[in-house]
Write a protein that binds this ligand. Structure first.
Ligand SMILES: [Zn+2]
Ligand SMILES: [Zn+2]
Length: 91
């Protein structure tokens, strides 16, 4: 295998897909990257911030007891106040 020049599908810049990288990708059964290093790093950052957002959402839920069966369930804190909160079964 030898180094291959590829065009990034994101920024359309040239980048080198090195022989070592090709071997690594092949060993893992992955497909060849379509983005340059910078664009891949950016995508990774986006994914990380999406994960952070998801975690934040989790925090905005709290455990409630269903007034009918007493079962505990998670409820979003963003829901309207003053509405009786039942578990998903009694909703
Ligand atoms: Zn790029
Ligand atoms: Zn219930």
């Amino acid at each position: 295998m030898s180094d291959t020049k590829k065009i990034c599908c994101e920024c359309h810049g040239k980048f080198v897909f090195s022989a070592a990288e090709q071997a690594r990708v092949a060993a893992k059964g992955h497909t060849a990257p379509r983005r340059c290093r910078a664009c891949r790093a950016e995508r990774r950052d986006n994914r990380l911030s999406a994960e952070r957002l998801a975690r934040k959402k989790e925090k905005e839920t709290e455990v409630h007891c269903c007034p009918l069966c007493g079962e505990e369930f998670l409820l979003s804190l963003k829901r309207k106040v003053g509405v009786l909160r039942y578990c998903p079964r009694h909703f």
